[in-house]
Design a protein around this ligand. Sequence first.
Ligand code: HEC
Ligand code: HEC
Length: 313
Amino acid sequence: MRTRAAALALAALALPLGFLIPTTTPAASPLPDSQDPATVGPLFVDAWPASDAAKRGKAAYEANCIGCHGPEGLGDGGAAAWLDPKPRNFQKGYFKFRTTASGQLPTEDDLFRTITKGLPGSSMPGFPLVAEGTRRDLVAYVLHLAAFGKGQAHARYLMDEEGASAKDVAGARLSEIAGRVHADQFDGRKRIPVGDAPAATPDVLARGASIFKQQCASCHGTTGRGDGGSSYTLRDWQEAEIRPRDFTSGTFRSGNSARDLFIRMRSGLNGTPMPAAVSEPDADVWAVVLYVMSLKQPGTIPATRRMGAEGGN
Ligand code: HEC
Ligand code: HEC
């Protein structure tokens, strides 16, 4: 159940943003939202149907991730209290760094990249030395926990709204629930289409600067330092304070190529006030991306062709 404070916080996040839509709430879905960490549901994580990869991933998870992400992936490991930002709660299903549309789960490749490279500027380390197959298994286990979180919420819904018994949802109806979660959350994932970055001509950068001033400066600040007027009031879905990125640092959590930032703009960062640019023409999104890239060294023209082609970190 959502508290009044949380409801107010969510309402506050729905800022009037022109072409941008807030990504705090996932796109309309027939399944209810996943539970908050404090709530307990009728299902048990170990009883949730797991692929062989997810079963193998569990051991690797316990060896490498549990201290931050917690035993059941609720983001409540022993180190979590000291970390800002907090480790992700996988059961909630809000993933920030995706190539999929706002509100959707990430692809396997998105998670593979995060686990391999880490998230610079946060305490999430990369695990390039863990064998590739094991990293793939870790991906499967993270998605297993995300699916479980959704299943838990659906099971609670069936109990609260349709009078199903706890025994039924955890037993006879478990595979039906799992099937529903997979059809709803996994089959519908779509990659954001991305073309080639245009050259960062002075005209394009000027266009980007003007969009930035209108759409981004209130949070990211007029010079991109992350110190805009509303930057100190922002909260993520857990009501933790969250600061907009400082673009003069040049550090991005999930890749710093033009292509990466284009996808970031289109996808938004689920669970944060950072909105998704869903309907703006590609040319405008590229313009603002190239402008953002120029803020590391104001007045310079970023080498977009090279960075755009790499598409990596
Ligand atoms: C030292 C603590 C720490 C460890 C160990 C750690 N993580 Fe994280 N992880 C974090 C933090 C903090 C974040 C959130 C960063 C943010 O919000 O930008 C995070 C975020 C993530 C995300 C979310 C990416 C997204 O798109 O939102 C994934 C997936 C993830 N971690 C997987 C793992 C896996 C798998 C392991 C073990 C192999 C692991 N992490 C180990 C701290 C940790
Ligand atoms: C309502 C406030 C808000 C607005 C408006 C906003 N952002 Fe953000 N933005 C954020 C926050 C908060 C973060 C940091 C999220 C996090 O750390 O998880 C962020 C992060 C980012 C990132 C970093 C992604 C990464 O990989 O590290 C980029 C790029 C970005 N914003 C670009 C923009 C651009 C361009 C605009 C305007 C078109 C914009 N933002 C508008 C709040 C905002």
